[in-house]
Design a protein around this ligand. Structure first.
Ligand SMILES: Cc1cc2nc3c(=O)[nH]c(=O)nc-3n(C[C@H](O)[C@H](O)[C@H](O)COP(=O)(O)OP(=O)(O)OC[C@H]3O[C@@H](n4cnc5c(N)ncnc54)[C@H](O)[C@@H]3O)c2cc1C
Length: 449
């Protein structure tokens, strides 16, 4: 039997993979008995912020990672495909249907028992026959965090992230915004774009840099993940930083003027019914009352009703290279595995991918089979290698990136072709490796269908 603590993206994927291999699983999830600061429901695999699983194409590293997961019968990828909403070149989901789909699949699985309780101590592993996976995520409860800190010592880190606001669709002034995806307005596009002229942009910038921020306990120690910087932190770097970042107007033409706007705030559809839109790149720690004032300066959002404001939150993760092996087992106890955001990866897809590998390995421990570490040339293998081998002195959680894969012997000069070649090599190597290990086997497929 395997015990998994945390019913998020990593924990659910791990449970699914282990059960697909015939191993019984008990999955402990503390919600709704104990809430986190950010989750809103009692559903498993609730997405706490954006509804996007990012790029869908293979020449995008996260697109490759998703494809590899699909080929290994990932539950998270299957449900994401079933609940997807239009999002240009990205895979985005209806968050409610997604969480409901994963919860239903887990609860109906006869080999998985879901227990709703907070686990406040790291469960003792019963040796290889009874491994434990910790997958309690960035908002791990305080008691368990203290236990993990004791286990991994001073390398247990605290870190902060911020999330974007969501606006009610019917409160958007459609006469001011236009539909379109960057470089693709012919097909109508999946985003609503709020165009700003130079004066509107300057005023918004001024409001962002002067708005009052929420107090964050021990704020002096706050460090942000570079890929998810609060909008006001970016704005403080210079007047044009946002215009070259999330508010860049390139690839967009405002049909009202026939010209490229000075800057653009993009709104991405957040649920299938298109009732909610999230503000792309507007993760923020501005006080809620202030957010309403500042965001209403965006053309089209003058009467905006915000169903969720942006906020800042704690992100807990371990210094993975000092703690983990490539198999997601801890170095100190091979029966204890750590997966998901707390293991030192960054992002929904990366968290689920680590859960996939941890679930397969926990099942292998129970069944006395060899443990897996996918080839380094694959996105999954590169991620596993990064968490277990990166330099621990300045360890940062990492989104998957092509830079983590070994370079090609004869790399094409063109970036797109180089990425395509890396993806092709990864999928070939994955097929050879998983075929040899019988990973994509009939048992897994049988439970999926
Ligand atoms: C506010 C916020 C915004 C984020 N935004 C994004 C984003 O937009 N895009 C992106 O790709 N990534 C984002 N991330 C990062 C990360 O990818 C997600 O947090 C992702 O959900 C991590 O998956 P996970 O399975 O590791 O953790 P989670 O999905 O958080 O799952 C962990 C589960 O463990 C439970 N739990 C915690 N402690 C205990 C305990 N002691 N006992 C039992 N259960 C427990 C929790 O209730 C939770 O259900 C964000 C993170 C946060 C916190």
């Amino acid at each position: 039997m395997i015990r998994i603590v945390g019913g998020g993206l990593a924990g659910c994927e791990a449970a699914w993979q282990a059960a697909a291999r015939g191993v019984p699983v008990t999955l402990h999830e503390m919600r709704p008995v104990r809430a986190t600061a950010v989750h809103k429901t009692d559903r498993l695999a609730e997405l706490v912020c954006s509804n996007s699983f990012r790029g869908a194409k293979l020449e995008n590293a996260v697109g490759l990672l998703k494809e590899e997961m699909r080929r290994l019968d990932s539950l998270i990828m299957r449900v994401a495909g079933e609940t997807s909403v239009p999002a240009g070149g990205a895979l985005a989901v209806d968050r409610e249907r997604f969480a409901a789909g994963v919860t239903g699949a887990i609860e109906r699985n006869p080999r998985i028992t879901v227990v709703r309780e907070e686990v406040s101590r790291i469960p003792a592993t019963g040796g290889p026959a009874a491994p434990v996976i910790l997958a309690t995520g960035p908002l791990t409860s305080a008691a368990l965090s203290a236990e993990i800190a004791a286990l991994v010592g001073q390398d247990h880190l605290y870190f902060y992230d911020a999330i974007s606001p969501i606006v009610l669709a019917e409160s958007i002034d459609r006469s001011k915004v236009f539909r379109g995806s960057r470089w693709d307005q012919a097909t109508d596009g999946d985003y609503l774009n709020c165009p700003l002229d130079a004066e509107e942009y300057r005023a918004l910038h001024e409001a962002l840099v002067t708005a009052e921020l929420t107090d964050v306990h021990d704020f002096d120690r706050a460090r942000f993940f570079e890929g998810c910087l609060p909008v006001e932190v970016m704005a403080r770097r210079g007047l044009d930083t946002l215009r070259f970042g999330p508010l860049k107007p390139v690839g967009l033409t405002d049909p009202a003027s026939g010209r490229r706007p000075h800057a653009v705030v993009q709104l991405r559809q957040d649920n299938l019914a298109a009732e909610h839109y999230s503000l792309v790149g507007f993760q923020t720690q501005i006080k809620w009352g202030e957010q309403r004032r500042v965001l209403r300066m965006i053309p089209g959002l003058e009467q905006g009703e915000f169903v969720r404001y942006g906020m800042i939150h704690r992100n807990t993760y371990i210094n993975a290279p000092t703690v983990l092996r490539e198999t997601w087992q801890t170095r100190s106890d091979p029966g204890l595995l750590i997966a998901g955001q707390i293991s030192g990866v960054e992002g929904y897809v990366e968290s689920a991918a680590s859960g996939l590998m941890a679930g397969v390995n926990a099942a292998a421990l129970v069944q006395g089979r060899p443990l897996i570490a996918p080839p380094r040339t694959t996105a999954m293998g590169a991620l596993a290698h990064y968490v277990s081998h990166a330099n621990p002195s300045d360890y940062q959680p990492m989104n998957v990136a092509f830079g983590l894969l070994p370079s090609l012997e004869r790399p094409p000069r063109n970036r797109r072709e180089r990425r395509q070649a890396l993806a092709e090599r990864a999928l070939n190597d994955l097929a050879a490796w998983s075929g040899a290990l019988g990973l994509h086997d009939e048992r897994a497929t049988a439970v999926l269908s």
